[in-house]
Design a protein around this ligand. Structure first.
Ligand code: HEM
Length: 267
């Protein structure tokens, strides 16, 4: 059978003319790589529609008057991520052994592991930075009235995040298992046990036995590196979902400016 000629596309649909070397359908290697990248992203997106979610999350309208104080939440998030990354490296060398092994492993990290002292320092100082940032972020949301309707649930999630951040700081303090860590945790645990209603149960749970010792250290370690980071990550997800869904609150002075009934200059 004679082959039918390929129909010629109208000029508007033909695309740009081939560049030198591309006349026979060849594509320059750099262009091929670029095209492959686009295709992989498209391939994943076609099956997941993730680009829609990413656009929903990242391209949002923000109120007039948004300022640097609104970066405190993201700064807290960054501090958490930094703690997670440095914590994973520390966990590669740390041993929760109450018979001297824990302290030895920390000494090994500080004195012998490449960049160990630096990573340990980042984790240690990062813990304080995160606590300070979470308080500053909470103060910002409180002073800007961002806890009011419809953001009460996000405030409550924030309170839980604050408590969990403090639990991280408390449980992490015991891990070097030196004299200071030991006695500071004994005192903190005794204070916890004097709390109302659940205080005594919480004290017993954290001590994990009649005396402070090996089981206490294992319990603190599992809470510090598994339970609480998991909870914090999940709650940050819910927190950011609500921030994206509800948007952020305009600064209080901005509200007055944009509501004509409250602004005499515009009446
Ligand atoms: C791990 C801790 C936390 C992280 C990573 C975090 C992260 C964020 C981020 C990124 C935002 C959006 C930007 C901004 O307003 O700064 C935000 C908003 C908000 N956060 Fe947090 N947050 C944390 C803890 C808290 C705490 C402790 C509270 C209060 C008790 C809180 C209450 C709120 C509220 C009410 C908003 C909405 C702000 C608005 O509408 O203007 N958050 N958070």
């Amino acid at each position: 059978m004679p082959r039918l000629p390929t129909p010629k596309l109208p000029a508007a649909l033909q695309g740009p003319p081939p560049r030198p070397g591309e006349e026979n359908g060849n594509v320059a290697p750099a262009d091929a790589a670029k095209e492959a990248g686009i295709t992989v992203v498209d391939w994943v997106d076609e099956r997941t529609s993730l680009s829609g979610a990413a656009r929903w999350l990242m391209f949002r309208k923000i109120p007039k008057g948004t300022n640097w104080y609104y970066t405190l939440g993201s700064a807290t998030l960054f501090a958490f991520l930094s703690q997670a990354v440095t914590g994973v490296f520390l966990a590669m060398y740390y041993r929760p052994d109450a018979g001297g092994g824990a302290y030895e492993s920390i000494r090994h990290i500080t004195d012998q592991v490449f960049l160990g002292q630096f990573v340990r320092g980042m984790h240690l100082w990062g813990a304080s930075v995160m606590v300070v940032l979470v308080f500053l972020h909470m103060a910002r949301t409180f002073l800007f009235g961002a806890y009011k309707y419809p953001r009460e649930l996000n405030w409550v999630i924030g309170v839980v995040l604050l408590i969990l951040t403090l639990v991280m700081a408390l449980t992490g303090y015991l891990l070097p298992f030196d004299q200071r860590a030991y006695w500071a945790t004994v005192v903190a645990n005794n204070i916890t046990a004097t709390g109302p209603l659940i205080g005594p149960y919480l004290g017993d749970f954290l001590r994990a036995g009649p005396e402070f010792g090996a089981t206490t250290l294992s319990r603190f370690y599992s809470i510090h590196m598994l339970v609480v980071p998991g909870l914090i990550a999940a709650l940050i997800g819910a927190h950011l979902y609500l921030v994206t869904k509800l948007g952020t609150t305009a600064p209080p002075w901005q509200k007055v400016e944009t509501r004509p009934e409250l602004n005499e200059a515009e009446v």
